[in-house]
Design a protein around this ligand. Structure first.
Ligand code: SAH
Length: 463
């Protein structure tokens, strides 16, 4: 982090702006909004600055810059069109440990002015540490459009309610209140229309409502890795969760989207250690929900495809805990898309089968003659350990040894690797990749010659 975002209270605090042109006007306007006590130092001033001076809103020192002007200042902005003057201001400010912003010269800034979206008291500030101000501004435009005007009123209302809400004894109930307040559609409309009385009534009703005492569990599919593949609904759940129970397949990129102060519980296999047994996970979900928490059980891919999601829900259903499910993009869809292998294609495959490499007891019992039939695509999950067996059984049941196969390791992630070959080499190819990998078998694999956009893009960018 090059700059720490910080919001400063400058009300009635002396600040200095060196320069009297257009840029100085813009900075002065902002500092006036912040109610700072401004001195402008410049031999010549824009008419706007003159008029503010005449109105007594700022003080003018119409001379060349001299370091004594910095005495007692909290912040200084150098906005002249003479780089050497700006640099001198920066140097002198540094000596006195006063934060200094030199306009358009990030190397000479100990403070930078972010692009802002002002919904006071709610404020969004965006900075690229001076590297890409235009990008910051574009982002601001997008956020401006996205953030409704009434957010400021909502934040102000929250400020007024703080003391009252502190009286709610339970921490979780307090958070629930805030969450309900901020997502209250009717209240939002009332604030937007300035219907003060109606808004107060809505707040009173919310305060009266009994907080939900029962927790709940949501199974959320995290997708195969690329955070962009998480659903909007999944993201909302991650933002509202009190506790997130996740395992090995969930990528760091998706975990980064979990609400910051949510508790995270890892139940996957760590190097050299065993997985938390399924029964213990089921119990954990139950216990957390019984504490009244909103639990998210975050699973790689889709929770209902080889994810044991069903087993976890059965326990909750038996205990009467409310639950819901947010689907995710399963590894087969993700890996296929990101390696340019359409799972079906009218010239190649009219059927696709998702198959697990092993059942509950670790066996791979399948109806091999049906799987070896032509014009279909087979996708094996958890198949690496059984690759030799899969190869052997399919060939024995009549699938040609030259049938194309692809193994996709860490699909959809920047580290994705695709290894391609023929069925008769499957066992050998499986030794070249690591878990998690998916095995795709069928002539659709050849389409990647033309359609592998992701591998190409990664190769071009040297990833
Ligand atoms: N519920 C998950 C599957 C869990 S089973 C889903 O819908 O995707 C675990 C297996 O999924 C792994 O052994 C591997 O075969 C496959 N898998 C999951 N994520 C993967 C990824 N990013 N790349 C390749 N294979 C993946």
């Amino acid at each position: 982090m090059d700059f720490l975002p910080l919001f400063c209270q400058l009300q009635n605090k002396p600040v200095l702006i060196v320069g009297g042109g257009e840029v100085a006007v813009r900075k002065a306007r902002l500092l006036l909004d912040a109610k700072a006590k401004i001195t402008i130092n410049a031999p010549h001033l824009e008419p706007q600055l003159m008029s503010w001076a005449e109105q007594g809103r700022l003080t003018v020192c119409a001379a060349d810059f001299h370091p004594e002007l910095l005495d007692g200042k909290w912040l200084v902005i150098a906005a002249t069109n003479q780089p050497e003057v700006n640099h001198q201001v920066f140097h002198e400010a540094n000596l006195r440990q006063i934060f200094c912003n030199v306009v358009d010269s990030p190397a000479h800034c100990s403070a930078i002015m972010p692009a802002i979206i002002d919904r006071s008291p709610l404020m969004v500030a965006i900075s690229s540490a001076g590297a890409a101000p235009v990008l910051s501004r574009q982002l601001r435009e997008k956020l401006e459009a996205l953030l409704p005007q009434h957010l400021g009123q909502l934040a102000a209302l929250a400020g007024k309610l703080r003391e009252q809400v502190k009286l709610i004894p339970d921490k979780l109930a307090r958070r629930r209140f805030w969450e309900r307040l901020f997502s209250h559609e009717r209240l939002a409309c009332q604030l937007a229309r300035g219907q003060q009385q109606a808004a107060e009534q809505s707040v009173a009703e919310l305060l009266d409502e009994q907080p939900q005492s029962k927790g709940s569990v949501t199974l959320v599919g995290a997708g195969p890795g690329d955070a962009g593949l998480l659903t909007l609904s999944g993201l909302q759940q991650l933002q509202q969760a009190d506790v997130v129970v996740y395992d090995r397949l969930v990528s760091q990129a998706v975990l980064a989207l979990v609400r910051r102060d949510a508790e995270r519980i890892f139940v996957g296999k760590e190097a050299g250690r065993h997985c938390v047994p399924q029964q213990a996970i089921n119990q954990l979900l139950l216990e957390q929900a019984r504490l009244g928490k909103q639990v998210v059980r975050l699973k790689g891919g889709d929770p209902f495809i080889f994810g044991r999601g069903g087993e976890e829900l059965e326990t909750l259903a038996e205990a009467g805990i409310p639950f819901s499910v947010v689907p995710g993009i399963t590894a087969a869809s993700g890996c296929a898309a990101y390696s340019g292998i359409p799972l079906t294609h009218r010239d190649h495959a009219q059927r696709v089968q998702f198959i697990t490499g092993h059942d509950k007891e670790g066996n791979i019992a399948q109806e091999w003659s049906a799987l070896a039939a032509p014009r279909q695509t087979l996708v094996f999950y958890m198949g690496l350990a059984h690759a030799a067996r899969i190869q052997d059984a399919l060939q024995t049941h009549g699938m040609p040894g030259h049938t194309p196969v692809a193994l996709v390791e860490q699909g959809t992630q920047l580290s994705q690797r695709v290894v391609r070959g023929e069925l008769q080499q499957l066992a050998e190819l499986a030794r070249q990749v690591k878990s998690p990998s998916l095995i795709i078998i069928g002539s659709v694999v050849t389409l990647a010659d033309k359609l592998d956009w992701y591998g190409e893009a990664n190769a071009i960018h040297g990833i």
